[in-house]
Write a protein that binds this ligand. Structure first.
Ligand SMILES: *Cc1c(COP(=O)(O)O)cnc(C)c1O
Length: 648
């Protein structure tokens, strides 16, 4: 047994307790777990491959001059998620005897990073995996990266003439763009573009479903939805296409009922409605062939498997089964050929593969030190001292443990109030009042330390734990790296990467580097319910305390902003090496201070030059030594070249 094993055993805390505490065994499967050293371990290929110690990995990367905060992208996880999605649909297709295929696309808006999109396109080739674009810039990415003639290129979003013509011409490059009509007036533009170019694109229609949805993105469906055609518009569009002799190019029906569908029942309703519309479109004479069920496949962020905001009440396999079974049920009675099923699953593919790691710079906890005894202590201070001693001497068994502690806490509060009153009347000095406060906090800490871990605890005492919570200062901007925690109160799993073999003794939340009181992480996953404080360890001087934020691979990077001019973090792509260990595939350096200044139209050279002139002036009037001026300029120049975060 090593020393640390002895300590752990003595404390009665095991890594399994940590896995349960942070719900790691629920949301982390199969990629994240705790190893015997009390560190987070990553299995980037799930059960099929090796594992990496995340704490060691970060230290190895820091050794390569990749400072924190650091975004670690596990390309193997990205591949694995894509494989699981396809495997789930393949299984469902086999199980329900579906005589059609599944052919997915990645919605580029979820994560536009070059290495991410390139990886998905390269690995997805064997399934003819395609891309979905919602803007001209995304279309450009999709057109140039996809060269598989069978892969779909779904063109969503608002479209002007140039967007539509680009899609039509790309068809002549051997691509397969599908222009999805999302607004009633787009059909005219498509008809005009077709006439002027003499050829048509593949055409899709997005239906506005009236199925009710729930959750954050519930308003993506229904009569007031931003996109999609109502049934009357849909029929008018079909007529316009028929008159323009373009009905033969109508190939796809699309719907999207919002991201992160929490409740599978909502999806089933939508699928039935869309399935019937699909059948009707074929009856109206459109060849069709594709049914695109959009995004919405959710992630179980808290592992609770419930229909709540941070979770889903279905698995990936349930989702695929429902899509396949429902579409079949809609089409077969009408003898309509079963369509190729398309999904635009972004969150489900991209969430798991990136982990944001940041360090804690320090913490502020309540003053818990017990002041030394003075000979002339006033009565209130002596009373508090006696109360503290009483809490620590558990020799009475007249009471149940928690009523004994409750009584002691009532006493402590009374004596603290006495001390305050005495201070106001001038009977207590400032330092005596400080002693009273310290002793009160010490009482609270002693009580919390003795609270039974399981079993009933009086409400008063339970809230003591929260009153003792600390603020942990994070080397991070949540506006840059976790914007959805601020904007839409999204929950992500957050937990330490080390010391998971030790019972965390503190409760705390994180404050970020920005000078914005909203710049904090103060909602954490609980069992189906968010909690305001996270179990954390007391910091040890000189020892790094690394925190990981998980499941943030979708949407966070691009939604992040430059608040307080904190720029993008360093990012790395990691792959398991064939012989064990890892290899660093790509390094993407974070924004430097010069980068973020330029983004705001400042010229770093000019800023420096102005300061150089100011320091010359200060040298000549004797306020600054030449050597100090040089030091100042060195600091400024170095900062411009470095990332915007604090350096270790
Ligand atoms: C955002 C979006 C998606 C992606 O949704 P996820 O829930 O991330 O899978 C797919 N399709 C459309 C039209 C979208 O707007």
């Amino acid at each position: 047994m090593t020393n640390s094993d002895t300590r752990t055993a003595a404390a009665g805390w095991s890594v399994a307790d940590s896995a349960a505490l942070y719900s790691l065994d629920r949301w982390g499967e199969p990629y994240f777990s705790v190893n015997g050293r009390g560190h987070i371990s990553v299995q980037p290929q799930g059960e099929r491959g090796g594992s990496l110690d995340l704490f060691d990995l970060v230290q190895g990367l820091q050794g390569r001059n990749l400072g924190l905060p650091l975004l670690i992208r596990f390309d193997d996880i990205l591949d694995d998620r894509m494989e699981r999605l396809h495997a789930a649909f393949e299984r469902a297709i086999a199980q329900y005897g579906y005589s059609g295929r599944y052919q997915g696309v990645f919605p580029v808006k979820c994560n536009q990073q070059r290495h991410v999109v390139e990886e998905l396109v390269a690995r997805g080739r064997r399934w003819h995996f395609g891309l979905e674009a919602g803007s001209k810039a995304e279309l450009l990415i999709a057109l140039s990266l996809i060269d598989d003639p069978e892969a779909l290129l779904i063109c969503n979003g608002y479209k002007d003439q140039r967007y539509i013509e680009t899609a039509i011409l790309a068809r002549r490059l051997g691509r397969q763009p599908v222009v999805v009509i999302e607004q009633a007036d787009e059909v005219e533009r498509i008809i005009n573009a077709t006439k002027s170019l003499g050829s048509a694109p593949f055409i899709g229609i997005r239906a506005k479903l009236s199925s009710r949805s729930t959750g954050r993105w519930g308003s993506s469906v229904g009569d007031k939805a931003k996109f999609g055609l109502s049934v009357p518009d849909l029929l008018a569009t079909v007529e316009s296409l028929r008159q323009a002799d373009l009905l033969g190019d109508l190939r796809l029906l699309h719907f999207h009922i919002g991201s992160q569908i929490n409740d599978i029942a909502v999806l089933k309703d939508a699928l039935q409605e869309a399935g019937q519309i699909y059948v009707e479109l074929t009856k109206l004479g459109a060849p069709m062939g594709y049914l695109d069920v959009g995004g919405g496949l959710g992630i179980d962020y808290d592992g609770s498997r419930t229909a709540t905001a941070a979770s889903t009440n279905y698995s990936l396999q349930n989702y695929a089964n429902d899509v396949v079974a429902t579409v079949r049920e809609c089409c077969e009675p009408h003898a309509v050929a079963l369509p190729t099923l398309v999904s635009e699953s972004g969150r489900a593919i991209a969430s798991h593969f990136s982990v944001l790691v940041f360090d804690v710079l320090g913490s502020s906890t309540v003053p818990g030190a017990i002041p030394a005894i003075h000979s002339d202590e006033p009565l209130t201070v002596r009373n508090l001292r006696d109360t503290l001693n009483g809490i620590n001497n558990q020799n009475s068994d007249e009471f149940s443990e928690s009523s004994r502690l409750q009584e002691a806490w009532n006493d402590a509060i009374k004596f603290k109030d006495d001390a305050l009153a005495a201070f106001r009347l001038g009977y207590l000095s400032l330092s005596q009042r400080a002693m009273a406060e310290q002793l009160t906090w010490a009482c609270a800490q002693a009580i919390v330390a003795q609270l039974p871990r399981n079993g009933p605890v009086p409400e008063d005492l339970r809230s003591l734990r929260a009153a003792l919570a600390g603020t942990y200062y994070a080397n991070l901007s949540i506006f840059r790296s976790a914007p959805d925690t601020w904007a839409i109160e999204q929950l992500f799993p957050v937990l330490p990467l080390q010391r998971l073999d030790e019972e965390p003794s503190q409760l705390g939340h994180f404050a970020d580097l920005t000078c914005d009181s909203d710049g904090k992480l103060a909602r954490f996953i609980g069992n189906g319910q968010a909690k305001p404080l996270l179990e954390l360890h007391e910091l040890r001087p000189g020892e790094p305390y690394l925190i990981g934020m998980f499941l943030g691979g979708a949407y966070q990077e691009v939604m992040g902003n430059l608040h307080n001019l904190f720029g993008s973090t360093n990012a790395v792509h990691i792959r398991l090496a064939p012989g064990g260990g890892y290899q660093v595939e790509h390094v993407v350096r974070g924004d430097t201070n010069a980068d973020v200044l330029r983004a705001m139209e400042h010229n770093p050279d000019l800023l420096l030059e102005r300061l150089r002139l100011a320091s010359e002036a200060a040298i000549s009037n004797g306020n600054l030594k030449i050597s100090d001026a040089q030091r100042l300029m060195d600091h400024l120049e170095t900062s411009l070249r470095q990332t915007t975060y604090l350096q270790g």
